[in-house]
Design a protein around this ligand. Structure first.
Ligand SMILES: [Zn+2]
Length: 249
């Protein structure tokens, strides 16, 4: 069995019999990887509680050719992201971020940029002043990396320009903005204020750290959240379980 080594972030997992655990990673070099941590739930384990949700580290695993379940050899922690697990809101936001990645990618697809977005996203969700806003920026960048960047400058149907100062309409199924002429023929057109549109346009060209410094009123934040959740639901083909968790807080 070939031995592979890469930076990785724990994005999920579940327990097996005999104290073993399946851990799902998003890795820098090999995309999504599922691997067994043998004996991970015993008191004396070489993994020592490092394989928790959001943990980032250097993963060494045995690749089982033609199998989707590999075997973990070693995990050297870089960041445990303990702060994400100890605060209920940050836990919910972080859970949504890793679930969106886990559902959005197939095994065998490698995208280092997505790994770096997730690493930066989790760091900021742990430390940011406005973690809920950072999550929206994360989702917007994630959509782009998954190949579903919402069109925010022109009408997706007729390609006419939609001016930033005007209130606009947006369709999730069409993938972005609609002009006033095309709107009536698209059944799922959602109204969007010019401020929310301005935020989305700015955020799509900004790092998450910059987005954390933006100040928007709660009403616009809600608008942006609703729009991005609708896009994510559409692209992933189902609602995320963590979205419910977050909504109940
Ligand atoms: Zn149009």
């Amino acid at each position: 069995m070939p031995l592979r080594s890469t930076e990785a972030i724990v994005i999920g997992g579940h327990n097996l019999a005999d104290a073993d655990r399946i851990v799902v990673f998003y890795t820098e070099a090999f995309g999504k990887v599922r691997a067994v941590a043998e004996g991970a739930r015993r008191i004396r384990t070489r993994f020592g509680g490092t394989l928790q949700l959001f943990s980032q580290g250097r993963l060494v695993y045995f690749e089982r050719p033609n199998r989707t379940l590999h075997k973990i050899n070693e995990f050297g922690v870089i960041r445990l992201h303990r702060g994400l697990r100890e605060d209920l809101e940050r836990l919910a936001l972080g859970s949504l971020a890793v679930e969106a990645v886990s559902v959005g990618v197939e095994e065998g697809e490698t995208q280092p940029a997505l790994y770096h977005l997730l690493a930066e996203g989790l760091d900021l969700l742990e430390d940011a002043t406005r973690p809920a806003l950072v999550l929206q920026g994360f989702l917007l960048h994630l959509l782009r990396l998954l190949g579903y960047r919402p069109e925010l400058s022109e009408c997706v149907r007729c390609r006419s320009a939609v001016f930033p100062q005007a209130d606009a309409f947006l369709s999730v199924t069409q993938g972005g903005l609609l002009c006033a002429r095309c709107r009536p023929v698209v059944p799922d057109a959602l109204p969007m204020s010019s401020v929310a549109l301005g935020f989305l346009r700015g955020a799509s060209g900004s790092t998450l750290r910059v987005i954390d410094r933006v100040s928007i009123i709660p009403q616009v934040f809600q608008e942006v959240t609703d729009i991005l959740q609708a896009f994510i639901r559409h692209v992933l083909g189902r609602p995320l379980r963590s979205a419910d968790f977050l909504a109940r807080l």
